[in-house]
Design a binder for this molecule. Sequence first.
Ligand SMILES: C[S@@+](CC[C@H](N)C(=O)[O-])C[C@H]1O[C@@H](n2cnc3c(N)ncnc32)[C@H](O)[C@@H]1O
Length: 223
Amino acid sequence: MARRLAQLLTPESSLLDFGCGSGRYLLSLQGRVGRAAGYDISPAALALLRARAAARGWDELSILGPETAALPQYVAQRGQVDLVLCLFGVLAHITSPVARAEALERMRLALKPGSGRLLLSVPNIRRRFRQEQRQMNGAAPGFVRYRRRINGGSVPLNYQLFDAERLRRELTEAGFLVRRLGCESVLPESWIVNGPAARHVDGILTPICPLRWCYGIYAEASC
Ligand SMILES: C[S@@+](CC[C@H](N)C(=O)[O-])C[C@H]1O[C@@H](n2cnc3c(N)ncnc32)[C@H](O)[C@@H]1O
């Protein structure tokens, strides 16, 4: 994703990271974009992002949320952007189909028609949470509940897993033109982030992996 971002961005580009979290992707783009904004609904993530941006002296970064109205207000004041990111599980955490459609609509309205690009990735239903999927008798396909350890506690989370068809359908229904679907990675993301050897192996496997076996599926779209 980082390599693709480098190809899509110029120093004049404007960027919105939808579901930016504490800024993993966003902060890596400091100095490489003209105008940047991060939006998230988590006050804790936004507070961390604010502190990290301040520590790096990135005063021009717009940090939006947790209110949903903050994003359309920003677009009305500052204009649409060249690139919207929605990476690594953001869409999957929005488990109501109606809320997902509304989130995609907000991303579309933030993007420049024609030239703008959306870069979005989702977890693959065939690779992720296989055991939890088996336990979800009668639930909608790809909907799972799992527990994550956070600050010593165990927090229940809901997740919507995707296959390529669902991803294409939801983007198309939200008014996007899907230009490319691809493999985000083959190996689990935590291995790639933490190990150079895993990164190297993944760099070889990812371009040749069929979509159905990817760890995450990404889409590039315009509107
Ligand atoms: C797995 S994190 C990914 C964060 C970041 N994109 C990254 O790759 O590091 C998912 C993020 O989505 C955010 N999120 C969940 N629902 C959201 C919504 N409805 N609107 C915006 N952000 C949301 C969460 O608060 C969380 O920060």
